[in-house]
Design a protein around this ligand. Structure first.
Ligand code: F6R
Length: 245
C-alpha cells in the first residue's frame, strides 16, 4: 500500500483523476468501479474535464457500480446510480451497455448479486476500484463485522450509515439495507484507491491506518492489498503518527 497525503482536497482530487486517466490510457478497455458519495465528486469533475481536454477515449471502458441503497430508485437524486450517471456516465457519454449497476429495486436481489459477480468475471476482473471510507470504517456498504470473503451481497446497514446517509437526500428517508460489492471483490481488483478528506474523517482514518487489519474495520483491508493507494488530504490525515504532506 502506498500512502499519499495532499495539502488540500483539490490536490487530492487532481491526483485521483490522474490515476483514473492513466489506467484508461494504458488500457482503453479497462473495467473501473467508482464509489458514490461526497469525497470523489471533485475527482470526477476533474476527470471529465481532462478526459475531454486531452481527448481520452472512454468508449471502451466498462463501469461497475460499487453499491446502492435498497429500495431507492435511480431517479432519486440521493441514489448512487443517480450520482454516477450525473457526474460520470452522462458527461462522458458512456454507452449503456458499458454500465453495470445494481438494480436495487429488483425483487430478486440475490440474483442481482450473482449477475454483478458474473459480469465482473466475464469482463476479466476490475482494473481499478476507487472507494471512500465511511464514518464507521465501511467501504462500499461493507459494514463493520462483515466477512472479508464475501463478494456481492445484500447487507443490513449500520446505524451510522443510515444516519450519515441522510446527507445525500433532499428529505428524510428510511434507509435500511444496501447491496454492495464485497471485500473479496476489492481484494481481487487489480488496483484500489481509497480517498478520504476532511477533519471529520481523521479519527477513522487513523484507525484504518494504525489498528490491526480486522473485519470490524473493513477499510483496514486496503493495507493488505498488493496494489493499493490511500490518498488523504491534510485534514483527514492530521491524527496519523506520520502525516507529512
Ligand atoms: C458510496 C460508498 C460509501 C462512501 C462512504 C464515504 O458509494 O460506497 O462507502 O464512499 O460512505 O462517503 P462520503 O464520501 O460521502 O464521505
Amino acid at each position: 500500500m502506498e500512502l499519499k497525503i495532499f495539502e488540500t482536497y483539490e490536490l487530492l482530487s487532481e491526483a485521483a483523476a490522474k490515476e483514473i486517466l492513466f489506467v484508461v490510457k494504458k488500457k482503453p478497455t479497462a473495467v473501473i468501479c467508482l464509489a458514490g458519495g461526497d469525497t470523489p465528486l471533485r475527482t470526477y469533475q476533474i476527470l471529465v474535464r481532462q478526459a475531454k481536454e486531452y481527448h481520452i477515449d472512454f468508449s471502451k471502458v466498462h463501469f461497475v457500480g460499487l453499491d446502492e441503497w435498497i429500495g431507492i430508485p435511480s431517479s432519486n437524486s440521493g441514489s448512487c446510480q443517480f450520482f454516477i450517471n450525473k457526474n460520470i456516465i452522462a458527461p462522458l457519454q458512456i454507452d449503456a451497455n458499458h454500465l453495470h449497476l445494481f438494480n436495487a429495486m429488483s425483487n430478486d436481489l440475490e440474483a442481482e448479486c450473482r449477475k454483478m459477480d458474473g459480469v465482473i468475471s466475464k469482463l476479466g476482473g476490475i482494473d481499478l476500484m476507487l472507494v471512500g471510507i465511511g464514518m464507521n470504517g465501511h467501504v462500499g456498504f461493507n459494514e463493520p463485522g462483515i466477512s472479508f470473503r464475501l463478494k456481492s451481497h445484500v447487507v443490513e446497514l449500520d446505524q451510522i450509515t443510515t444516519q450519515v446517509g441522510q446527507k445525500y437526500f433532499k428529505t428524510e428517508i428510511e434507509l435500511k439495507k444496501g447491496i454492495t460489492l464485497g471485500m473479496q471483490n476489492l481484494q481481487e481488483a487489480k488496483e484500489v484507491i481509497l480517498l478520504a478528506s476532511g477533519d471529520k474523517k481523521s479519527s477513522i482514518v487513523k484507525q484504518m491506518m494504525e489498528e490491526e487489519i480486522n473485519e470490524y474495520l473493513p477499510a483496514s483491508l486496503i493495507r493488505a492489498h498488493a496494489n493499493s493507494k490511500v490518498f488523504l488530504d491534510g485534514a483527514s490525515a492530521h491524527e496519523l503518527q506520520t502525516n507529512d504532506c
